[in-house]
Design a protein around this ligand. Structure first.
Ligand code: ARG
Length: 398
């Protein structure tokens, strides 16, 4: 008999998958659920998976590994897909896929399966990770194979086969959530001209209703990694949870975009990522203080590439490894404190300091404390503009 390890969320799709795989392949099914901070109580999944037909379920808390090995490297790289999306969903996939393979090995399973749709990015991210880490494993993607075409047909299938599913939880949106952010699509959001209805947002307060008093916070970074909140050391997972809560209360972290999916479709998606928005802002502000101009500008090119690597599912590529070396080198001096004001949807940087600051008040000031040699600018400009002058003279004498 075949043995299959399936990525299981407890939702409609993956519940049906267990039944469908079992029947189609006459297989033993092992369910796997990772806690990446989706804010759901996962204990009930134990019974549910077994009732649905799995022989066993693994539930693991991967939040710390997720933050340290996936989220923070992306933060250090300033990775925002198409300059906006902090990549929460995309960062979770290679980790879940890696653990699926490890469990498949332990259980001596023949195949791994996932519940991603055939028109999305996540199937690519799962399967590219499988390919990179275990090129021999068999991969099954039931949603690309089965005949069920709609949610209604899936519900009918569940009723017919007595699969316990909670159809009362029906939401018009498709939602994927972890510590680093929430991805929301479908329903009214499919019309890109339509402003997202308030009920599409899961955690953030509307800026209109947020407090009239700003919240001030201070984040201390060490070599590019946030270590303290308001002067106190804090565990990475707690820091992100706290910032999500604080940001959400103040309406911070809403992102509305049309993005280019890897498989060629454009999609309208909204995100809620208060901690990610605050931390990216703060980290950028610190880099602006401590990185020299050329390194900073070059790193912006790297950031875009790094975000694409994550989005495209290429976490285990040699390019990613090489870029990590570059990014880590740039982070050596990214140590210091950033002061941020959270107010009605905005996270505004209002102060920065670092022992590695390249900012010199004596050079920048317009007061009598100025130490900059204004005369030296003349020679610089003459040489800087020399090619422009030569070209202009040539044009003139033609
Ligand atoms: N567009 C995002 C990405 O490709 C999120 C995908 C999942 N979205 C969802 N609402 N289930 O990373």
């Amino acid at each position: 008999m075949k043995k299959i390890v399936v990525a299981y969320s407890g939702g409609l799709d993956t519940s049906i998958i267990i039944h469908w795989l079992k029947k189609k392949y006459n297989a033993e099914i092992i369910a796997y659920t990772a806690d990446l901070g989706q804010g759901e109580y996962l204990e009930p999944l134990k019974k549910k998976a077994i009732k649905t037909g799995a022989s066993k379920i693994y539930i693991e808390d991967l939040r710390e590994e997720f933050v340290k090995e996936y989220v923070f490297p992306s933060l250090k790289a300033c990775a925002l897909y198409e300059n906006k999306y902090p990549l929460a969903t995309a960062l979770g996939r290679p980790l879940i896929a890696k653990r699926l393979l490890e469990i498949a090995k332990k259980e001596k399973a023949d195949a791994v399966a996932h519940g991603c749709t055939g028109k999305g990015n996540d199937q690519v991210r799962f399967e590219a990770t499988f390919a990179a880490l275990n090129p021999d494993i068999e991969v099954i993607a039931p949603l690309r194979e089965w005949e069920l075409k709609s949610r209604e047909e899936e519900i009918d299938y569940a009723i017919k086969h007595k699969i316990p599913v909670d159809i009362t939880k029906k939401s018009p949106y498709s939602i994927d959530r972890n510590l680093w952010g929430i991805s929301i699509e479908c329903g009214a959001l499919e019309n890109p001209w339509k402003e997202p209805p308030e009920d599409a947002y899961q955690i953030t307060q509307s800026p209109l209703k947020a407090s009239n008093k700003p919240a001030y916070i201070e984040i201390y970074f060490e070599a590019g990694i946030p270590r303290k909140l308001n002067g106190k050391s804090i565990k990475s997972v707690n820091l992100i949870e706290n910032l999500n809560q604080l940001g959400a209360q103040n309406g911070v972290g809403r992102i509305d975009m049309v993005e280019n999916r890897l498989i060629g479709i454009k999609s309208r998606e909204i995100y809620e990522a208060p901690a990610a928005v605050i931390l990216h802002n703060a980290h950028n502000a610190l880099e602006a203080l401590v990185l020299d101009r050329e390194t900073m500008h070059f790193k912006q090119i790297i950031s875009q590439k790094y975000a694409e690597i994550i989005y495209y599912g290429l976490w285990h590529s040699s390019l990613k490894e090489a870029l990590d070396e570059f990014v880590d080198k740039t982070q050596e001096n990214v140590t210091g404190t950033i002061k941020i004001k959270l107010y009605k949807g905005n996270s505004t940087i209002v102060g920065r300091k670092s022992k590695f600051s390249l900012y010199s008040e004596n050079l920048a000031t317009y007061t009598s404390k100025d130490t900059f040699d204004h005369k030296s600018a003349k020679g610089f400009i003459d040489i800087w503009s020399l090619p422009l002058k030569i070209r202009a003279l040539l044009e003139k004498n033609r």
